[in-house]
Structure formats: C-alpha cells, structure tokens
Design a protein around this ligand. Sequence first.
Ligand code: ADP
Length: 593
Amino acid sequence: MSRHIRKKLGEKDKAKDVKGTLRRLWDYLSNRKGILYLVILMVIISSGAALLGPFLVGKAIDEYIVTKNTSGLLELIIALIVVYIFHSLSVWFQNFWMIGVAQDTVYRLRRDLFHQLHLLSIPFFDKRKHGELMSRVTNDIDNVSNTLNSSFIQIIASILTLVGTVSIMLWLSPLLTLITLTIVPLMVLGMKWITKRTGRLFKEYQQNIGELNGYIEETISGHSIIKTFSREETAMKDFDGKNRRLRTSAYWADTYSGFIPKLMNVLNNLSFAIIAGVGGIFVLNDMITIGVIVIFAEYSRQFTRPLNELANQYNTMLSAIAGAERVFQILDEEEEAKDEKHAVEIDEIRGEVDFQNVSFSYGKEAQTLVDVSFSITPGETVALVGPTGAGKTTITNLLTRFYEHDKGMVLIDHQDIRSIKRNSLRQQMGFVLQDSFLFQETILENIRYGRLDASDEEVIEAAKLANAHSFIEKMPEGYATLLRQDGSGISQGQKQLLSIARAILSNPSILILDEATSSIDTITELKIQEALKRLMEGRTSIVVAHRLNTILQADQILVLDGGEIIESGTHEQLLEKQGFYHGLYQSQLKASS
Ligand code: ADP
C-alpha cells in the first residue's frame, strides 16, 4: 500500500496523554542526550546547507554570470561544492547517530518491559489477553523504533526548511513570496479532499485485510477439522469472497492515494509557472533580479516537500506515541506486592498446611471461598472434590500466593505464609497441572526446568521414576528431541509424564496436583497413576481430584460447593453420611473408575 495513504486512526491509535508520553519518551532518549544534540546540530547544518545551495546559485547568476566574472564564478562553484559536501556528510552522520540512539532507546524500553512483565502478579495477566500483551512487547515497540528512526529527524528538518525558505523568500521579495504562497491553501484543500476519501477507503482496506488474515489463520489452525467435515469447498468459497472484497478496497485506496503525488506535481508546476511568469514581469520592472527567480523556483519545491512530509508523518507519529503510551502503562502497573519487611526464607519444611477461616474473592463480586478451614499433616494426601467452580483451584492459588486471601490465616508448618518470602515459598512446592506448559526446547531441558542445576543423569533418573523414560527413548532423538511449544508431537498422557518428571526432579515438600479430566488410554493412565504414587510418596499432596482412584487413596477428602467445605472425611465415612459426596459419587465418580 502506498505510503501516501494516511492511515485513519482508530480509538486504540490515539494516545490519551500525548504530552506526558512524549516527556517520558524524551527521558528514555535523554540517556543519550549528547549524541541527540549532535544529531540536532547535524540536522541544522544539513537544512542550512540545503537552503544555502540555491541561494548561492542565485548569487552566481546575478553577480558573476550576468557580469561574466569567470574567476568569481569559479570561487562560487567551489563554495557550492563545499556546501553540498557538508550537506551530504551531515545527512550521513545524523542518520548514523540517530539509528544508534533509536535502537538503544528501544533496547532499554524492551528490557524494562520484559523485566516488568516478570514482576507483575498473576491477577494482572488474568485481566489481559496474551495476544494484546505480546503486541505491546513487539508491535508497539517496533512502532516507536521506526518513528524514532525516521520521524524525529524529518520533523525537525521539515520545520527548519519551512521556516528557513519562507524567511529568505520574504527577505528577498515579500510580494513574490505572497503570490507564491497562494498555492499553499490550494495544496491543503486538495490534500484534505483526497485524504478524506483515502482515510475511509484505507479503513475499509484494513478491515478487509484483518478479516482475510484472521480467516487464513483460522483455516490453517483448524485444517484438520475442515478436512474431517469435508468443508474445503465452503472454505475456498468464503476465502474467495473475502479476497475479492480486499482486492476492490485495495484498488480504490491505491487509486485515490496515487492522486497525492500527482496533485503535488501539478501544483508544483503551477507554482513554478507563477514564479517564472510574475517573477519575469518583476525583473522587467527592476523589482527583483533573475537570480531571485531561480532561488524562488528552487525554494518553492523545497517548502512543498516538508509540508507533504509533515502531513505523512503526523498519523504515523500519533500511533507510535499511542504505542509508547501503552508500553508505559504496563511499566506503571503495580508490581506483585513486595514481600513483607520481615519475611523469611524457609529451607526444609515438613509440609504441614493449615487453612484457618479463610475467605477470598477474586473481584468485588461474590465470595469465591467462604470461611474455609482444614489441616493437613505432613505427608498426607488431600483430595479436593466438588463441582466445577466450587473453588478447588482457588485453594491452591492461595497456598502459592498467586492470590492473597482476604480473611483468615494460611499456615505452613505453623508459619503464616505472608511472613515467608514468595520465592522461597514457591520453591517448596511442586506442580503437576492439567495442561503443563512445554517450552520449545529439548525434552531434557524441559524436564530440567524443575531444577536448573540438575545433571543429565538426575534428569534421566527422574524420567525413569516418572515412567517417561521408555517413551522418550523411542523418540527419534531421545532426550535431545525438540518439543514444539504447542506440545504437538507428543500425546496428552506423555505430556503429563514429562510434567511429573519435572516435579520429581524439583523434589518439593508440598505437591499440588490438578488432575486431568480428559481421558487417556488405559496403559498410559496406569503409568501416570504409578508415577504419581511414587511422586506423592512422603510428601504433602493436595489434589484437585477427578478420578475415583485418586480419591480412594486420599487420606482426607474435602468436598467443596459454592466456596465452602461442606463435608470432609475418608471415602467410606463420606459415603456413610449419604450427603453431597454420596450424590456426587453416584452421579459422576463411579463412572470414572
Ligand atoms: P474449581 O477449581 O472448583 O473448578 P475455581 O477455584 O477455579 O473452581 O473457581 C471458583 C470460582 O472463582 C468460579 O466461579 C470461577 O469462575 C471464579 N474464578 C476462578 N478464577 C478466577 C479469576 N482468575 N478471576 C475471577 N474469577 C475467577
């Protein structure tokens, strides 16, 4: 798409506080203040040289060519060459230094942003889409970088050139300047007329391209579904429609935007004609010299260009400022609360867990946990049971301090968890979650994530204990097999075995297990059960349980409903009660055994 199309700004492209954002961006830039001033100096020199060039040519005509003064002309040509060499050098240096400043600035911005993302709490991430956060680290920062690279110099140069040319023109001949400037309103009106249309067309084009890209993405990720349901034809037809709409809107947007340089050209020629015609009459009346006509002709081209450039840069700059503002917003987010002043490290813990009248809510709305109390003795396995949304996961979230409870006390080995450093607390815990995250790394490194200083032998030992060794050995490159981030290439069950191996390696005192609800083939399932049994041996384990087998083996079952513990005991005790658990057992759990 031609760069002459002025992008119509959407809501998200507008910064709320342009001044404040610019000031903060300047703070980032000012780390390199010295070089930045040098850049500005170079821009002044190059703009000055660009003004001086035509001025000297005019002087050459009036003072040396008309009077046939060869030696004077020669001197002036040398002066002209020197001016243009200065011009080229200063342009080269300003670009060279500015790229350095821009890259250094976005480097620091990116570093601070990434650092900040790690300090933010889990609730922060809950509230935002991952795609949006990704876009801030990548697109928004790219936007800032591009704009710093190009716009900063261009804006200063354009303003200097504009002010410089008009001042010199006014000084040489105010009347001819006024006549030449009559072209400006025409130019502004013409640009407005075109950009009003291109703005609308460009918006349509953006929408269509967004739709088409979304459709392509969907089709590629859902290609197996499309094949399964034999929907290839429909998909192609849909695509064709979208592709056609994109073609039409791109055609009109391009056509209209192509008018801008042509219009500029026409107006430039018109202005040249006015200068030559009116200027000629002025020369005949001895009001100006021929050299002045040449200077005017050259300058009139120079001042239309910055006008055009400023108009082009305007919207790009506004979206970059909006991008920078979004980046600063994240930098301003409150970090996960700092540890208490007297928070301590914990080393060896026995794994006793106590919840005392704990209440919690995620937002201001309904309470998620109400007055929850229970105790787990070291090494015990506790199964949390209850319908979806009962608050099982929330209990584990409070124990890890991903969220802070509102009322009551949570104790580990009789110590309030708020008086323990978060990192130290989390180091004591191991997790096997439903959907364990795998990094785009080898199997070996993925397991080692459990404990970074583990040796290869220890990793393999953990894999053996997790019943993962045999399937890993069968992979094309064994432990060196590269996993894909989406976990494709290995099965759900194998993924769980890897995550168990990770937990075994980290050797936690307290284990948090979120049992998978999806069914896995019987053999793998048995392997998982066996591996889990090994993992849970001698550790305090809290299991968000879905399988009857796990529940049967638990030392204690806590039955939750609506954020409250409504029953607790062993399987037999609870069945005897004929209460909620009994109903749950009859309707769901039995089927999963
Ligand atoms: P369970 O694990 O028993 O299925 P959860 O503990 O995940 O239940 O959820 C308990 C309640 O809290 C549900 O109503 C759920 O919608 C809500 N909830 C869970 N996580 C969040 C969150 N991050 N923000 C807001 N509400 C949440």
